[in-house]
Design a protein around this ligand. Sequence first.
Ligand code: RIB
Ligand code: CA
Length: 315
Amino acid sequence: MRTILMDGDPGHDDVIAFLLALGNPDQLKIAGFTTVAGNSSAENCTHNILKIMDYLGVSIPVARGYESPLVKPLDTAAKFHGETGLDGALNYPSAVSSSDPRHAVAFQRDILGASKEPVTLVTMGPLTNIAILLKTYPEVKEQIEEIVMMGGSYSSGNTLAKSEFNIYADPEAAKIVFDSGVPIVLATIEACYSGGILLTEQESLKDGGKVSRLVYNILKFYSRYAITNGWDRTAIFDMTTIIYLLAPEIFEYRDMRVDIELDGVYTRGMTVCDDRGPTYISDPENPKRVLLKADRDRLAELFFASLKRLDETYR
Ligand code: RIB
Ligand code: CA
């Protein structure tokens, strides 16, 4: 059993990652969910995750975080997630629950401080909250098992040619986190794309239970981009973090030094992966685990098995 603290900008794929964690209670205990501005405002992201929890009757504490990155202005991903950050689930009832009165960072500090065993941070958005947490309360590092993040890339990009959105949105925060000494696992763009769920597989969710139909509706909106591009599958980016926690053995990875580019005109927010090998490793004591590829069929099996369990639990 692993205790996890989730931080993200829900966001279609953030929500699906949350659901997969919820669907594996024998392996993962969700201590809380903190929100951060990214795909949409932190206010919208908070409402979105509360709305999903209320729809399922789930009561997991949610705390709202930063509304803007440390330095650069917020640049949302409305074209992928819609103005609300969760378009495609607009006809689901609005949230009635409220978020925790504490700011996300204070909430994270309290959860980590109170936990009897180290906690895994699962990050799925810009790292603004996490950077402030580590800067303000460095003592919590001892309580963090590792950070498993959807973020960065080995060599590609989805926001700039070589920059991934979560890192690009707040590169200064990412640098603080990457330089903190806390162990980091990166679910890169490449790993996420290798684990896409087929559009034909998604169709099977339409006739499933309550949670499967919810995911079907979320993916109907989220898969528009894949359909427009003529792809046969959708990369559900953030859920790759949960799949890694459930089955790390289905991933190929390399441990290497990773730095964050802050000043490049064309490469701001790039995760610079030093893959030259041990002769050059200049940071042997703190390499990052860079996930490169997933076994897609095994990932899909875990995805659908989790949804089946959720359908049986939440009717
Ligand atoms: O680059 C993909 C990431 O950006 C995902 O976390 C998605 O939710 C968006 O935040
Ligand atoms: Ca996200």
